[in-house]
Design a binder for this molecule. Structure first.
Ligand code: ASP
Length: 422
């Protein structure tokens, strides 16, 4: 019976309910003698298990989806010029989105709205993590300017894959592997490509299962967090400002950055583009999945924007996998916000690292609802920020996911128009 009823409640409503329930449990526990301890010992660990599951799937996901994305370029080897142009536009728009997100997060400082004494308290909880990070920062200072590049190249793929903070190294290997695979004859490589296709399906299914337990994981994490914050409510106003920062930044991309690109590089008038792309944005907004929106995006881009089928059938599917301007902008703000709440100062090297990491990791983000959760746990760990910080933002993620998915698909359509020379 309860299972039947649950089916009718959308997952994002369940996750939001989980967040509220967790907060209520946390507040209630604080009223009881030893309640906070009970929450830390018996409830919070379930949230940790949820985070660990997300982390568990991150390396296989990045590895498989990147190789799949790159080997997918095979079908278009004859369009190598179009391929280069498309990838260049995708990467540069993603960099702009990340820099915008990072600047917004650093300027607005939503995380600093959390009560100072609470931040000090939280810092105590993450003492060992902070010390480790300080040590790391000191180490980076001592290294030469090219050490950043050096650290991207793994000297042992198993060591890299065995350490969640070495995400860039795994990405490097996957890209190298994928590019090498592209040069092997199609007949020979076919079984390998279909193996990666199937692996990708299995991994997406695993993510689906993990996300299904998200309402419980979020409830447990939230209860632990409220107990940690001693019931301080300033975190909620900080969350509100965080959500607003993400929303405004995403709107700037849609209504400022994309129209500018259209004006500079196409003959399409931005209002006309917006009028035609509107149903696609709405569909992406309601489904929170750029993959699910792809058929509609293709239809509209071809029929309404007049992009050739040749261009659309290459640019759009590739974009669904590798181009996520909304997601990367959001990830940058999320990382900065979590660092601020945990009282962590990010130095210039870390910020640069976050830019590189969010740009490449958005390539490995699946175009499904909540696709970024998995990737975000890795970005956080790699940037030296505890992944548990995800608990802060996951409860209110759905509306932001809806908006960033709309941005993601709009970016794909803009790129298709530019590549096609419309
Ligand atoms: N839902 C997004 C998409 O499908 C991915 C994400 O940011 O979670 O594009």
């Amino acid at each position: 019976m309860s299972n039947l009823r649950k089916k009718h409640i959308p997952l994002y409503v369940q996750i939001f309910t989980g967040m509220i329930a967790g907060a209520v449990i946390g507040f209630a526990a604080l009223q009881l003698n030893g309640g906070a301890r009970f929450v830390q010992n018996w409830i919070y660990p379930w949230g940790q298990i949820f985070i660990r599951l997300l982390q568990l799937i991150a390396i296989p996901l990045v590895f498989v989806s990147l190789i799949r994305g790159i080997t997918g370029l095979k079908n278009i080897s004859s369009f190598s010029r179009m391929g280069g142009k498309t990838v260049a536009i995708y990467l540069s728009t993603t960099v702009v989105a990340v820099v915008l997100g990072l600047s917004a997060g650093l300027l607005v400082k939503p995380g600093s709205l959390v009560d100072r004494t609470q931040i000090a308290h939280i810092q105590e909880q993450y003492q060992s993590f902070a010390e480790e990070k300080k040590h790391l920062a000191e180490e980076t200072k001592e290294q030469g300017p090219l050490s950043f590049l050096e650290n991207i190249i793994p000297n042992n793929i198993f060591n890299a894959a065995g350490d969640n903070s070495k995400m860039l190294q795994v990405i490097f290997f996957a890209m190298f592997f994928g590019l090498a695979a592209l040069t092997v004859s199609p007949a020979k490589i076919k079984p390998l490509i279909s193996l990666f296709d199937e692996l990708n399906d299995v991994i997406l299914r695993m993510i689906d299962y993990i996300i299904r337990v998200a309402p419980y994981g979020v409830a447990a994490l939230m209860a632990g967090l409220v107990a940690d914050f001693n019931g301080d409510a300033s975190i909620f106003s900080a969350l509100g400002v965080y959500a607003l920062t993400v929303t405004v930044s995403l709107l700037i991309i849609i209504f400022g950055f994309y129209p500018l690109l259209l004006r500079l590089f196409t003959k399409i008038r931005p209002p006309e583009f917006m009028k035609n792309i509107y149903p696609v944005q709405l569909f992406a907004f309601t489904t929170s999945s750029s993959a699910a929106t792809l058929p509609l995006t293709m239809d509209v881009v071809e029929k309404k924007l007049g992009v050739s089928q040749e261009t659309a059938s290459f640019v759009l599917p590739v974009g669904t996998t590798i181009n996520m301007d909304g997601t990367s902008c959001y990830q940058a703000i999320a990382v900065v916000f979590i660092a601020q709440v945990l009282g962590m100062e990010l130095n210039a090297v870390q910020l640069l690292y976050i830019v590189a990491l969010t740009v490449v990791s958005s390539i490995g983000t699946p175009g499904i609802p909540g696709g970024s959760f998995v990737i975000l746990t890795m970005v956080l760990t790699s940037a030296g920020i505890p992944a548990e910080g995800l608990a802060l933002i996951i409860g209110i993620d759905r509306p932001l996911d809806m908006l960033r998915t709309s941005v993601n698909v709009t970016g794909d359509a803009v790129t298709a128009a530019i590549v096609d020379g419309k």
